[in-house]
Design a protein around this ligand. Structure first.
Ligand SMILES: C[S@@+](CC[C@H](N)C(=O)[O-])C[C@H]1O[C@@H](n2cnc3c(N)ncnc32)[C@H](O)[C@@H]1O
Length: 412
C-alpha cells in the first residue's frame, strides 16, 4: 500500500487530532500500517481530506518564490472546487493486496517499521470471501513452514516472499499469486490446492535482493476480469489495475465527458481509460502508451475483448514518445506518484496540445506539475492562457489519507 512522506505525515497527524475518534473495525488497527483513518468516522475522513488538500495548496504556494508564477498559480488554483466525492464503499473495495511473508508471519508491515510484519486475520479493505479463501491456503503454508521457510531479507535466504491477492468485484473473480526466492518441487502442492479454491493462480520467482512483490512468471493459470461500466478488462498477476473499481467508474465517466478528437492515453497501463473514452463518438482515435510490456500485452487482450478498432497501443517510455512528431487534441495523463516532472512537462507543452486531462494519485506532485506548466507555458504557448475547466477529488482510498484527483486544463 502507498506510504506517506514524512512531512505530509506530520500534516495528516495534526489534522487527525481535530476529529473525534471512533472504535476501528479492524483488530490490527493499532499495529498495522495499512489504514491510518479507521478510527475516524467516514464523513469526517472526507472533511479531513478536504482540509489536507487546502494545506497542500498552501504548502506549495509558500514554496513558489517567483511572484509572477505565484500570482498565476493562485489565480488558477483559486477557482477549483475542493470537495471530495465519497466512495460508494467505505470498506472492502481494494482490487489488490500484497502480503509479506516474514519471520513466520504473513501480513502487512507494522506501522512505522520496515522489518516487522503484522500477521493478518482479516483485512477490511479487501473482499471478505476471497480473504477467507486465502486463510485456507495460509493454514497449509504455516503447517509446512519448515518445508517452505519464509524469506529473510537481511540474510537473503528462505523461500516464500510475498502473497498477492486480486479481486474483480463486478465479476466475482479472484487470483492468488506467490512470489518465491527460487523453486521447491513440493510447492506445487500449495499451487494445486490454490487452484481448487481461487479462479486463477500464479507463481512468480524473484531471486534478486530487491524487496518487491514482483518476479519472473514461472506459472500462471490465467487472468481474472473486472468490469468498469460496459467495458471488461483482464487483470494478470503483474498488470496495473486501479485500486477501487467503484470510484474508478466515476472518474472514467468524467474523463470520457471531456475527451474529444485524437487522444493520447499516456501512462495508459492496460488501456482501461483509452478503451473507455473510445466508446464516445466525438473521439476519433486513441493511442495508449505505456512503458511495461506486461501492461501492453493485457491492453491487447482488452482491445480484443471490447471489440475496439479506435485504440492503438504503443510500448514506449513517455519521455521518448514526445521526441516524435504527433498532432493530438486531448492528452490524458495518469502518471505514477512521482508525477510528470519538469523535463516531461516541457516536452509535452512543446507539442501544443490544447486539452490536458490529468488524473493523479499524488496531489503534491500534481501541484508541482501545475507550477512547471505555468513556467513552460510562456516558452511554448505564449499567446495562450491556462484555464482549469474542471477539477474534482475522489475518495479512491477510504480509511487511508490518500485520494485521487482529476483536472481538465485547457490552453485557450
Ligand atoms: C497510475 S498507472 C496508470 C495506468 C492506467 N491509466 C490504467 O488505469 O490502467 C501509471 C502507469 O504508468 C506507467 N509508466 C510509468 N512510467 C512510465 C514512463 N516513463 N513511460 C510510460 N509509461 C510509464 C506504468 O507502467 C503504469 O501503467
Amino acid at each position: 500500500m502507498i506510504s506517506l512522506k514524512k512531512k505530509n505525515k506530520i500534516v495528516v497527524d495534526k489534522l487527525m487530532d481535530e476529529y473525534e475518534k471512533i472504535i476501528p473495525k479492524c483488530p490490527h488497527f493499532e499495529k498495522c500500517g495499512g489504514c491510518l483513518f479507521q478510527n475516524i468516522d467516514y464523513k469526517n475522513q472526507i472533511l479531513l481530506k478536504e482540509k489536507l488538500i487546502e494545506s497542500l495548496i498552501t504548502k506549495k504556494t509558500n514554496k513558489i518564490f517567483d511572484n509572477e508564477i505565484k500570482k498565476e498559480f493562485l489565480e488558477i488554483i483559486e477557482g477549483i472546487d475542493l470537495k471530495i466525492k465519497d466512495s460508494k464503499k467505505e470498506f472492502r473495495y481494494r482490487t489488490k493486496i500484497e502480503m509479506v511473508c516474514n519471520n513466520d508471519q504473513i501480513g502487512f508491515r507494522e506501522k512505522n517499521k520496515f522489518d516487522s510484519v503484522v500477521d493478518i486475520k482479516d483485512c477490511y479493505l479487501f473482499d471478505e470471501k476471497t480473504f477467507k479463501k486465502f486463510l485456507e491456503i495460509k493454514k497449509d503454508i504455516i503447517e509446512s513452514i519448515k518445508e517452505f521457510p519464509f524469506y529473510d531479507l537481511k540474510k537473503h535466504n528462505g523461500f516464500l516472499r510475498y502473497i498477492i491477492i486480486r479481486k474483480g468485484y463486478q465479476t466475482d473473480e479472484d487470483m492468488i499469486t506467490f512470489v518465491t526466492n527460487g523453486y521447491i518441487e513440493n510447492f506445487w502442492r500449495i499451487i494445486d490446492k490454490s487452484q481448487k479454491i481461487f479462479n486463477q493462480v500464479s507463481w512468480l520467482i524473484n531471486t534478486t535482493y530487491s524487496d518487491v512483490a514482483k518476479g519472473e512468471e514461472f506459472f500462471s493459470s490465467g487472468n481474472i476480469k473486472e468490469k468498469i461500466g460496459e467495458n471488461i478488462y483482464s487483470i494478470s498477476n503483474s498488470s496495473f489495475f486501479q485500486s477501487n473499481s467503484f470510484v474508478t467508474k466515476d472518474i472514467y465517466d468524467d474523463i470520457k465527458h471531456f475527451s474529444k478528437g485524437q487522444v493520447i492515453d499516456l501512462f495508459g497501463g492496460t488501456s482501461t481509460i483509452g478503451l473507455y473514452v473510445a466508446k464516445k463518438d466525438e473521439v476519433s482515435e486513441v493511442l495508449t502508451v505505456d512503458i511495461l510490456k506486461e501492461n501492453i500485452e493485457i491492453a491487447q487482450l482488452n482491445k480484443e475483448e471490447n471489440k475496439d478498432s479506435k485504440v492503438k497501443l504503443l510500448l514506449k517510455d513517455a519521455k521518448d514518445f514526445f521526441r516524435e512528431e504527433h498532432q493530438y487534441d486531448t492528452l490524458i495523463i495518469d502518471p505514477p506518484r512521482t508525477g510528470l516532472e519538469k523535463k516531461l512537462v516541457k516536452k509535452i507543452l512543446s507539442k501544443k496540445i490544447n486539452r490536458f486531462i490529468y488524473m493523479s494519485c499524488n496531489f503534491a506532485t500534481f501541484l508541482d506539475d501545475i507550477e512547471y506548466i505555468i513556467i513552460y507555458r510562456k516558452e511554448f504557448l505564449q499567446d495562450k492562457k491556462i484555464k482549469i475547466n474542471f477539477f474534482k477529488a475522489y475518495d479512491m482510498f477510504p480509511q487511508t489519507p490518500h485520494f485521487e484527483t482529476l483536472c481538465v486544463i485547457d490552453f485557450i
